[in-house]
Design a protein around this ligand. Structure first.
Ligand SMILES: Nc1ncnc2c1ncn2[C@@H]1O[C@H](COP(=O)(O)OP(=O)(O)O)[C@@H](O)[C@H]1O
Ligand SMILES: [Mg+2]
Length: 266
């Protein structure tokens, strides 16, 4: 079995009376493309923020590449790349200038910076655009630049929060290709998404979050098998697990609201 590279145990985060992340426990192995999937408000971003040391847990533990996020946050930060849900590239700079900023932020040796930038630009398919202002980039190009920024220091673990939200299908495909290429090169990737087809096409493991809880966890095939196998889709998986949670809370109206949400996710 592949080595564990990330593990959470009963990880929780509360905001006042709201439990945004509720005792979630999971393991990510080296080389996985691990998808945290769930509707808006499920707690995906809050989870990613705890794993990237940007938000402290209320309780529970998380270990990333051998380091505890609470006790050794600086070591965690050195081993990860992070692409936040909101824009992180500066539109008034060129692609090359954005990347240069990040080589400084990561404290990469001056003599290595241009090589790293060149490699990242080539890898992300941005060579023709590197000297253009980012505000002239398409959404897909901006996302690819942001991923390039996040991997300049060759982190073994990369977090992508909703990497393709708002992108058209062509741009989405171009981001998927880059994510797949990074995974082939050995980067472990943890991504969040509320697009089932994204989870289906990219992820080797999937954890479904619903209202702060982890309601299912496995490979896409295992999850489909768990809800009936042949012919089941990840949409069925999602509806099954979120609907199941709701049924225990009772209430037909609530259940039908969730089914509608699940359908909208398709
Ligand atoms: N800083 C915060 N203060 C208060 N509530 C928050 C904060 N951040 C997130 N939340 C709440 O926590 C829940 C989970 O949010 P989030 O993790 O962003 O979900 P997702 O990324 O799955 O859409 C939501 O109800 C959200 O409103
Ligand atoms: Mg989010």
């Amino acid at each position: 079995m592949k080595e564990t590279i990330l593990e959470t145990k009963r990880l929780s985060r509360r905001f006042g009376s709201l439990t945004a992340v509720d005792e979630i426990s999971f393991v990510v192995r080296r080389g996985d493309v691990f998808g945290l999937i769930g509707p808006n408000g499920a707690g995906k971003t809050t989870t990613i923020k705890m794993l990237t040391t940007l938000l402290s847990p209320t309780s529970g533990t998380a270990i990333v590449a051998g380091w505890d996020v609470v006790h050794h946050p600086a070591n965690v930060r050195r081993t990860i790349g992070y692409v936040p849900q909101l824009l992180s590239a500066d539109g008034s700079l060129t692609g090359h200038e954005n990347l240069l900023l990040f080589t400084k932020l990561y404290d990469l040796p001056a003599g290595e910076r241009e090589d790293r930038i060149h490699n990242a630009i080539e890898f992300m398919g941005l060579s023709d655009a590197k000297d253009k202002l980012v505000r002239t980039y398409s959404g897909g190009m901006i996302r690819r630049l942001e991923i390039a920024q996040a991997v300049l220091h060759n982190p073994p673990v990369l977090f992508l929060d909703e990497p393709t939200v708002g992108l058209d299908p062509v741009a989405r495909q171009s981001v998927w290709k880059q994510v797949e290429a990074l995974a082939r090169n050995g980067t472990t990737i943890i991504l969040t998404t509320h697009y089932m087809e994204e989870a289906e096409s990219l992820c080797t493991r999937i954890a479904i979050m619903y209202r702060g809880k982890l309601v299912a966890n496995g490979s896409p095939a295992e999850l489909k098998k768990s809800v009936g196998g042949n012919g089941s889709t990840l949409d069925d998986v999602f509806a099954f697990y979120s609907g199941g949670t709701l049924e225990s809370e009772g209430g037909y109206r609530e259940a039908s609201r969730v089914r509608r949400t699940a359908r909208r996710l398709s």
